[in-house]
Write a protein that binds this ligand. Structure first.
Ligand code: ACM
Length: 529
């Protein structure tokens, strides 16, 4: 459950010190000393310095790189995060020499290894300094700082806690540039508030892409002006699995989600699934069917029965309209065209379709991305394939990798967050596997599929399909604690991969999730605090 309070506070950032409650709440619980390495995803390098412990106080200021609006935004978000629990004013000011204790967010001057997404974090008795080459790197550093503070920092109410940060230096940067999550809005629609609440959680674990599965047999969830009944009918009352997941994003909603995510350094990737998984469109517009007859709407969970009409020019007018309108409201580089489970399309028709559609994605300035089946259509080498298989071989994918195509790893028996944890899990499916936390953590993206090595892997993604999910609570229960496992596989080095370390650090996250009202699965594999 969540949390309108947090959203409200975020919107009133600067006014906040004036409206803090006068009487603070509870006494400090004793918490075990945190170490610099008690972070998920595991940082690349930590050098603790016991003499350097810093304590945030009522006098602490947040200073940001002069002239950088983006750095100031990161500072403002950090202040929004730290103010409710500390009750401190934490003004956000441009950098200058000062005797005050400070948290400084600086562009430049970091260890050369940090690249475009990493950061260097130094903690001394005088303050905390985060240095990065980009605002995204600074933001990542602030998420680490958040985890280095006592868990009480996540409380929406003022706490009487000593706000110490362990001393030393962290140098940190990702193994893979792409660390994603996917949310299925088609099987059950999820609202803007639910999507943005998920974005808040993802950003804490340095996830930087959110893929939205916007269309499927059971519903169409994105406004397309040139085909208006897609949403009024295809996303309207009675759509979704069991007919109880109606709704859609207007273009204004979608833009709001894109902007909210961008402010947390997460890029939205829209998916229109085709040429299969299209019953919602085809039941709405008869002309999208080869026989001109609209099939009935479907609210069951069968797959593989629908196909756009491959040899009809109208199909490509439809697809181009959708791609054009969607590309125009998508600032990110990728447009996902699905391509999975097209069992009602012949192999030849599938290739014909993809060879017509792939150039349309480039025509509107986007890079094509699809489920691994698109590699059967010999796409150009800038196309990205999302591996969702359960095996460890895939000839088409290995050949594509050899040609230079990049791959996102989402093996369904490891990374699918909608799989049940075990046979007793109330939500979810089990066709790929039961996935306990150790299973989600226990694989390597660069050795999972033969012939698809480190250089071919762009990153990892944790998809969450919504056949059984209704609410934000349901989303949280399936994503936590497995999402942080996938996030660590995407960010941390293979040398740091260690189940004992991971499950200990995961257990330390629980008090934070409780304070954020995240409904997580209390796996028996994890020593929960
Ligand atoms: C998929 O799970 N059909 C990509």
């Amino acid at each position: 459950m969540r949390r309108t309070v947090t959203r409200l506070l975020a919107m009133t950032a600067l006014a906040l010190p004036l409206i803090l409650p006068a009487t603070p709440a509870t006494a400090a619980p004793t918490t075990p000393a945190r170490q610099l390495a008690d972070v998920i995803p595991a940082p690349v390098e930590t050098r603790p310095d016991a003499r350097g412990t810093f304590q945030i106080s009522p006098l602490t200021v947040i200073r940001t790189a002069p002239g950088s609006v983006d750095a100031w935004q990161v500072g403002r978000q950090l202040a929004d995060t730290l103010r409710p629990a500390t009750g401190y004013p934490l003004p956000v000011l441009p950098v200058r020499a000062t005797p005050l204790p400070e948290i400084a967010l600086l562009i430049g001057g970091a260890d050369s290894r940090v690249g475009q997404q990493g950061y260097q974090l130094d903690v001394t008795r005088r303050g905390v300094t985060i240095r990065a080459n980009t605002p995204a790197g600074l933001f990542a550093g602030t998420q680490t700082l958040r985890q280095l503070l006592p868990a009480d920092i996540e409380s929406p109410q003022r706490q009487r806690t000593t706000w110490t940060v362990p001393g030393g230096r962290i140098v940190d940067y990702p193994r893979f540039s792409y660390r994603g999550a996917m949310l299925d809005l088609a099987r059950h629609f999820h609202t803007v508030d639910e999507i943005t609440a998920y974005v808040d959680l993802l950003s804490q674990y340095k996830i930087n892409y959110l893929h939205l599965h916007l269309t499927d047999d059971q519903g169409w969830r994105i406004q397309i002006d040139s085909w208006p009944r897609l949403t009024s009918v295809g996303g309207g009352p009675g759509t979704g699995v069991d007919g109880v997941g109606p709704g859609y994003l207007t273009k204004a909603d979608y833009k709001a989600v894109v902007a909210y995510a961008a402010a947390r350094h997460i890029t939205i990737i829209p998916e229109i699934d085709m040429p299969g998984h299209t019953n919602a469109a085809q039941s709405t517009y008869p002309e999208l069917n080869c026989d001109g007859v609209a099939p009935p709407p479907r609210t069951d969970t069968a797959v593989g029965y629908s196909s756009l009409c491959i040899n009809d020019e109208l199909t490509y007018r439809f697809v181009e309209d959708v791609i054009r309108e969607l590309a125009a409201i998508t600032p990110g580089p990728f447009l996902h065209i699905g391509g999975d489970e097209a069992h009602a399309t012949t192999d030849e028709d599938y290739r014909t379709f993809m060879q017509r559609v792939l150039p349309l994605v480039s025509k509107y300035g986007k890079r094509a991305y699809g489920w691994n089946e698109i590699m059967q259509a010999d796409p150009p080498t800038d196309a990205v394939a999302q591996f969702w298989g359960t095996g460890t071989t895939n000839t088409d994918l290995a050949e594509a990798a050899a040609r230079g195509n990049k791959v996102i790893m989402s093996p369904a028996n490891k990374a699918y967050l909608d799989m049940k944890y075990d046979r007793n899990t109330r939500l979810g499916l089990s066709w790929a596997a039961y996935i306990e936390v150790s299973d989600a953590y226990g694989w390597d993206p660069a050795t999972r599929v033969a012939g698809v090595g480190e250089n071919a892997v762009l990153g990892v993604e944790a998809p969450l399909w919504s056949e059984t999910l209704r609410s934000l609570d349901d989303i949280e229960y399936m994503a936590f604690p497995r999402l942080p496992a996938i996030a660590e596989l995407g960010w941390s080095t293979t040398a740091s991969h260690n189940w004992e370390s991971f499950r200990t650090r995961l257990g330390q996250q629980a008090p934070r999730w409780r304070l954020q009202q995240v409904d997580f699965y209390p796996s028996p594999q994890v020593p929960w605090r």
